[in-house]
Design a protein around this ligand. Structure first.
Ligand SMILES: NC(=O)c1ccc[n+]([C@@H]2O[C@H](COP(=O)([O-])OP(=O)(O)OC[C@H]3O[C@@H](n4cnc5c(N)ncnc54)[C@H](OP(=O)(O)O)[C@@H]3O)[C@@H](O)[C@H]2O)c1
Length: 333
């Protein structure tokens, strides 16, 4: 098939130089896979920005189309897993990393990477959530499964204005938890309160007193998106038997902590890896996002852009300055 479509293409004309242009590609350019999907929406995640600027931790082979998220309709399926016209969500695995991703109007992927859009969510809503929403929901799911209940006290969310952080604030609120949002952008306090945070604190407040081996117990649970000193301090200030989820490293990949919170308070540290989260568990979490945890305020959490608008958002997310998630509309691109 030689069907033409538009895509953002990252090329490497010379060592350490990466260019990003919108080009016309054909379906024949796409990798092998059972499923051909016409992409309606994608979204921008931190990982996409890294791929777009040639970070070898995400993508090593160029030319490449980033986009770890895609939602659209099935155009071809060479096994029995989906019917033509099915609406599907494709996130994680290798999409947008070494496999051409959702910043193109078509993707071809293994059918096992796709999930049928749950009833109650539109394709657009699924990408307003995207990997950030899925990761936030997985973090909340893991806190719930570890036994942290709303009555146990306050949940701290770090990197709160970011994609995962803002979704976590909103989902935790929807699930009945009281949330303290830690941010580097106190000017966004009203936005975070609008999502449900009962308290907004400067990120430096999390690390105050963190030079001590343990801190006064404050948090019943933590959703951390930042890593480094902030995660270490959050662990030291978690209440006995509380849980801390860890998904990100925008602050640092290091974790300068001792064993006391774990062996004297029974604090649990739970790693979140959305890319390899098993499909059955993933479907369960999407189902929650379409029902009990369905967010009424999704539109206020995103800015919609076309392919042409991605560049500005890539620069913003790399500076840690994005206020809203970027929803990418491929239909209007
Ligand atoms: N493990 C997984 O499966 C998974 C899935 C998705 C994302 N992630 C990771 O999770 C992290 C967050 O992703 P995202 O998409 O939410 O990114 P994002 O939209 O860029 O948000 C990150 C937020 O962290 C805060 N921040 C930025 N730089 C910081 C610094 N130097 N120190 C402390 N805080 C800083 C900022 O929020 P404030 O200004 O409000 O503090 C920023 O908005 C990334 O590391 C990403 O790679 C992991």
């Amino acid at each position: 098939m030689s069907q033409a479509f538009k895509a953002l293409l990252v090329e490497q004309p010379e060592k350490k130089v990466f260019t990003r242009t919108i080009v016309t590609r054909t379906v024949a350019d796409l990798p092998e896979g059972e499923l051909l999907v016409k992409v309606h929406y994608s979204s921008l995640n931190f990982k996409d920005a890294l791929s777009a600027v040639g970070n070898p931790g995400v993508t090593r082979n160029f030319p490449h189309t980033p986009g770890i998220d895609a939602a659209g309709e099935v155009i071809e399926c060479s096994d029995d897993s989906f019917s033509l016209g099915d609406k599907v969500i494709v996130t994680s695995y290798d999409l947008g990393m070494e496999t051409d991703g959702g910043f193109g109007q078509m993707i071809r992927v293994p059918s096992k990477w796709a999930l049928k859009l749950p009833a109650g969510l539109s394709l657009q809503e699924s990408m307003m959530l995207g990997t950030a929403g899925l990761t936030a929901a997985m973090s909340v799911h893991e806190l719930v499964e570890s036994g942290v209940k709303p009555a146990d006290g306050v949940i701290l969310v770090t990197g709160a204005t970011g994609g995962v952080g803002s979704m976590a604030v909103a989902i935790l609120t929807k699930a009945g938890y009281q949330v303290t949002a830690a941010t580097g952008k106190l000017a966004e306090s009203d936005y975070l309160k609008g999502l449900g945070a009962t308290e907004v604190i400067e990120r430096s407040a999390v690390t105050e007193g963190a030079e001590r081996p343990m801190m006064k117990p404050k948090w019943a649970g933590v959703v951390d998106c930042v890593g480094g000193d902030i995660l270490a301090a959050a662990i030291k200030a978690t209440k006995p038997l509380g849980s801390v989820t860890c998904c990100g490293l925008v602050g640092s990949p290091d974790l300068p902590v001792n064993v006391f919170p774990f062996i004297l308070r029974g604090v649990r540290l739970i790693g979140i890896d959305s890319a390899e989260y098993p499909m059955a568990a993933r479907a369960k979490v999407w189902q929650k996002l379409a029902t009990d945890w369905k967010l009424d305020n999704l539109e206020s959490m995103v800015d919609e852009v076309t392919l042409a608008g991605i560049e500005e958002k890539v620069q913003g997310i790399l500076k840690g300055g994005l206020k809203r998630r970027a929803l990418v509309n491929l239909l209007n691109s």
